[in-house]
Design a protein around this ligand. Structure first.
Ligand code: OAD
Length: 249
């Protein structure tokens, strides 16, 4: 019998996904052999300092990511969450660390993109809202902010990604927190999938769930950095495990 947890009408499910969930769609993960961080030092392409030093390198990196992700399709792991959301409605929330937008492409609706979105761009200086952008900035012309330009200032546009050393959007964290508190009044189940458990605050969600007396599951290709915090651990590929994990009462 494959591992399964039973959903009843009091069950609230908070999902946390990481790069491993998109691996079967062909998108490289960050850590480990052939991971993105092996050939692209984090501080060069994923920090405000790196952007300040060499914006062209940073835009080239994220333009390549845009190009790659655009050619990839969601896999059965993504679709398993779409099906789960159809059953649970407002008792479902998907927090993802992935910026590839594949959960949205699959059809998930209640999604918090904790680390941003590859297809959004914002100004590195002014507070104009992030806007949709599929442009590949590779030919050396760095994009400037039109709004700053109108005021006679020059400011570079930047990817709408949370870089190392930056804060997550407090509204996103509040939405996740509120969901956990509401779910804990009935039955809160936390499912983390395809994540190395190295990056906070995402990696700390399991501890909050534990404090709220929720139940936690990890679905991952290997035992990750915070594996011991989970009540249930299923080692395997998310695209193979997730479609069978959620049973109905
Ligand atoms: P990582 O690359 O750190 O970890 C991916 C995890 O997925 C590893 O534990 C793999 O074993 C596992 N994995 C690989 N293939 C899998 C599969 N098919 N099924 C299940 N598990 C699989 O990625 P994240 O944990 O997402 O942040 O990394 C967290 C953050 O660190 C990212 O959002 C990114 C990165 O720096 C930013 O860029 C802001």
């Amino acid at each position: 019998m494959p591992p399964q947890f039973v959903i009843d009408d009091r069950t609230h499910v908070l999902v946390l996904t990481g790069a491993g969930v998109s691996a079967e769609s062909g998108i490289p993960t960050f850590r480990g052999s052939n991971g993105l961080w092996e050939n692209h030092p984090v501080e060069e392409v994923a920090s405000p300092e790196g952007f300040h030093k060499n914006p062209m390198l940073v835009w080239k990196f994220y333009s390549e990511r845009r190009l790659k992700a655009e050619s990839c399709e969601p896999n059965p792991g993504h679709y398993a969450f779409v099906e789960l959301e159809k059953k649970l409605g407002d008792r479902f929330l998907l927090a993802t660390q992935n910026v590839d937008a594949l959960h949205l492409k699959a059809g998930s609706q209640r999604v918090v993109e904790m680390h941003g979105n590859l297809y959004k761009t914002r100004c590195s200086v002014c507070d104009r809202p992030a806007f949709d952008d599929h442009t590949l900035y590779v030919n050396g012309d760095m994009p400037g902010c039109g709004r700053c330009d109108e005021k006679g200032n020059f400011a570079l546009l930047r990817p709408h990604i949370v870089w190392f050393g930056e804060m997550l959007d407090p509204a996103d964290l509040e939405r996740i927190q509120a969901f956990m508190l509401r779910g804990a009044k009935e039955r809160l189940v936390f499912v983390a999938a395809g994540t190395s458990g190295n990056v906070y605050p995402a990696a700390g969600l399991v501890d909050t769930v534990k404090r709220l007396k929720g139940e936690s599951w990890l679905v991952n290709a290997e035992a990750n950095a915070n594996v011991s915090s989970y009540d249930h651990v299923v080692i395997g590929k998310s695209g193979e495990i997730l479609p069978g994990l959620f049973g109905a009462a």
